[in-house]
Structures are given as structure tokens and as C-alpha cells.
Write a protein that binds this ligand. Structure first.
Ligand SMILES: [Zn+2]
Length: 120
């Protein structure tokens, strides 16, 4: 149950560890640590790459699944226009979903312990 909460809390912009602190300081900008419990949200550079991969995978999956009924149910005359609207919709989706992908990536790295400082 704790693992599921660690993944769900950052989707709503809350700290994955405690659920009280704010994860974002802007729409996309992450805070470095939680103001409530002090948990680290990311190492340098790590939230961007992981979130981009999640965002790209989900958008491509949605685009592929959504294009199948579009191609089957659309006449050849309107297919190009329908695909154009579908691509614009996917671009808007990817822009908004990136915030949630960043939150999900912070939840994954918190769950795996990747955000903890190394003690050497
Ligand atoms: Zn916290």
C-alpha cells in the first residue's frame, strides 16, 4: 500500500514520502526537497530524462491505440484531416502530461531509493 501511495501522491503534486509537501514550485519546475519532511525529490538531471521517457511512451501508446479506430472508421477523404487533429491533440496531451510524468518519475525514484544521498 505504501508503494502505491508513493507513486500516486506525486501525480497530484504532493511529496511521495509524506503526501504533505508540494512537489512543484511551478507547472513543471520541481522543488529539490520536501518542505514538510525534507525528502529529496531528485538528483541532478534525473527527473528530466525519466519523465521524458514516460511521457514519450504513454503518448506513443495513446497515439497508436487511438489511430486504429480513426483509420478504420474514417473515409479516405477525411482521413488526413482526422489524423491532423489527432496529432495536434496528442501534442497537447504530451505538453500537459509531462507534469504528471515528472511526478510519476519522482515517485519511482523515491520508491527505489535513487533519491537518497550516497554514503561513501
Ligand atoms: Zn514530504
Amino acid at each position: 500500500m505504501r508503494g502505491i501511495l508513493t507513486l500516486i501522491r506525486p501525480l497530484w503534486g504532493r511529496c511521495p514520502a509524506c503526501g504533505r509537501g508540494r512537489l512543484f514550485k511551478g507547472f513543471y519546475d520541481l522543488n529539490t526537497t520536501c518542505a514538510s519532511c525534507g525528502a529529496r525529490f531528485h538528483q541532478d538531471g534525473s527527473p528530466t530524462v525519466g519523465a521524458m521517457l514516460i511521457n514519450m511512451f504513454i503518448t506513443m501508446l495513446l497515439g497508436f491505440i487511438g489511430a486504429i479506430p480513426l483509420v478504420i472508421n474514417t473515409t479516405p477523404d477525411t482521413l488526413m484531416l482526422a489524423l491532423l487533429f489527432w496529432l495536434v491533440g496528442l501534442a497537447l496531451f504530451a505538453t500537459v502530461f509531462y507534469r504528471f510524468a515528472r511526478g510519476l518519475w519522482v515517485g519511482i525514484t523515491t520508491l527505489t531509493g535513487a533519491n537518497e544521498e550516497e554514503s561513501s
